[in-house]
Design a protein around this ligand. Structure first.
Ligand SMILES: Cc1cc2nc3c(=O)[nH]c(=O)nc-3n(C[C@H](O)[C@H](O)[C@H](O)COP(=O)(O)OP(=O)(O)OC[C@H]3O[C@@H](n4cnc5c(N)ncnc54)[C@H](O)[C@@H]3O)c2cc1C
Length: 406
């Protein structure tokens, strides 16, 4: 397959990071994943290998096991992972961002020391449980899960929907209402340990076109106990924590969309050079070239937005506007890429021999993950119009915050 290089070359340290991903997937992940898929089993050793190679720790300080390379490196890693295997892109959110980074950003020193190193090493599996069946686009309005304080623990009851890795997770960040009458101000965040006791059940949601090994599940909480020391932040601070987690999560989701789009382009270009119809490679037909050009242009623009977002995050500047712009545009670019790749492959787009249908499933999933396109549009427009909700104010990574600002 002809792999198209990014339009702007990466500086050497980031190119080295990308090469680490490429090598690990070529030598270990791609050769081994088939046997895990045949057994429909979560590939813990492969996630562990990603952690050991440093793929999850780029945004984390060295004292918790990270490399402190920053968000530009996170974006490069997430893109390359998703270009090769969009299913493993899940790990870039759950092992590298929404679960451990939210603990790093809001947790106590004890919580960080206890949970973060294992997650970014790939030793423990993470999850992020915000969405409920009543509608992911309005997480506060839809939230029915409650947490009732009883002495030195909280008792959680309710259910969550679409929670990725929740049937395997050792650690999760989960949101529940400690004061159901207080709207979004009644939401509290918790670090949960699903295997720590009774009252937790995760049931995979049957889905077509995604992964046989990585599941998203309905989670049922029935008097599930969480110790008080596992509360993340203060009571009532959960909505702010969730919005902040989604802001950082949008970086990885946008980068994953760019990667999946680039994967579609790479495969489409290789196919268009080799497939001959009418006595010449289909890539010599100008209408096919038009499809390739549209893919390449939109991917380049989306990548530039993701890089700008990562740079703003690395500088500790408010990033929520760019996070929505990058996620919104990357999703559009990825939809163009998979639609055009499907045209180029003709009937073979549907054949298991080629990965286009796998890219399609993940691009559709990423289109809603960390906020649907409509949600991004509303956020972008409200920001432009000056109507932005103060609860959605951007909070930079902890190392850029002073205690007074907290
Ligand atoms: C495979 C998969 C994995 C996921 N993993 C996780 C996870 O690990 N953790 C987690 O917490 N969540 C997860 N999610 C949930 C995801 O974040 C939600 O699906 C997403 O937020 C959208 O919510 P919804 O599906 O309930 O759609 P809805 O909120 O019901 O929205 C349906 C449609 O209505 C539109 N809409 C809704 N409200 C408005 C409005 N006010 N204005 C305009 N349009 C609107 C939306 O844009 C969308 O097009 C996952 C989802 C999938 C599919």
């Amino acid at each position: 397959m002809r792999v198209l290089p990014p339009t702007t070359p990466l500086p050497p340290p980031l190119a080295a990071v990308r090469d680490t991903v490429t090598r690990l997937f070529a030598s270990r992940i791609v050769p081994e994943i088939g046997s895990w898929e045949a057994r429909r089993t979560f590939p813990r050793p492969l996630v562990r290998a990603m952690g050991e190679a440093g793929l999850f720790g780029a945004a984390f300080p060295e004292h918790v096991g990270g490399s402190d390379l920053g968000f530009r490196a996170v974006a490069v890693i997430a893109e390359e992972v998703s270009r090769i295997r969009p299913d493993f892109g899940y790990c870039m959110n759950l092992q590298a961002m929404t679960c451990p980074f939210t603990i790093l950003n809001w947790g106590t020193e004890e919580q960080i020391a206890r949970f973060v190193p294992g997650l970014i090493a790939g030793e423990t599996i993470g999850m992020f449980a915000l969405t409920e069946a009543g509608g992911g686009s309005d997480p506060a309005g839809a939230m029915r899960t409650t947490a009732r304080r009883e002495g030195d623990r909280y008792i959680l009851n309710g259910s969550k929907q679409w929670i990725t890795f929740s049937n395997e997770a050792d650690v999760g960040v989960l949101f529940a209402k400690t004061d159901p009458s207080a709207g979004h101000r009644g939401i509290t965040a918790f670090i949960v340990e699903p295997k720590s006791g009774s009252g937790y059940r995760a049931v995979p949601i049957p889905m077509r076109g995604l992964s046989p090994v990585f599941a998203s599940c309905s989670v049922f909480l029935d008097d599930f106990a969480v110790p008080v020391e596992n509360r993340l932040g203060a009571e009532g601070e959960g909505f702010r924590i969730a919005m902040n987690a989604l802001e950082f999560g949008r970086l990885t989701v946008a980068a994953r969309l760019v990667g999946a789009a680039q994967g579609c382009l790479d495969h489409a270009v290789a196919y268009a050079r080799e497939r001959e119809v009418g006595g010449k490679p289909i890539g010599r037909h100008q209408l096919v070239q038009g499809l390739v050009a549209d893919m390449a242009a939109e991917i380049a623009a989306a990548r530039a937005l993701v890089r700008e977002l990562a740079e703003v995050m690395d500088a500790g500047e408010p990033a929520n506007r760019l996070a929505s712009l990058a996620k919104y545009f990357a999703s559009r670019a990825a939809k163009t890429a998979v639609a055009n790749a499907t045209e180029i492959f003709g009937g073979y787009a549907l054949a298991d021999e080629y990965p286009i249908s796998m890219f399609k499933g993940f691009i559709e999933m990423l289109n809603v993950g960390e906020g649907s396109q409509n949600v991004q549009k509303v956020l972008i427009a409200e920001d432009a119009l000056g109507f932005k909700d103060a609860n959605r104010a951007s909070v930079p990574a902890r190392k850029f915050r002073t205690l007074a600002a907290e």
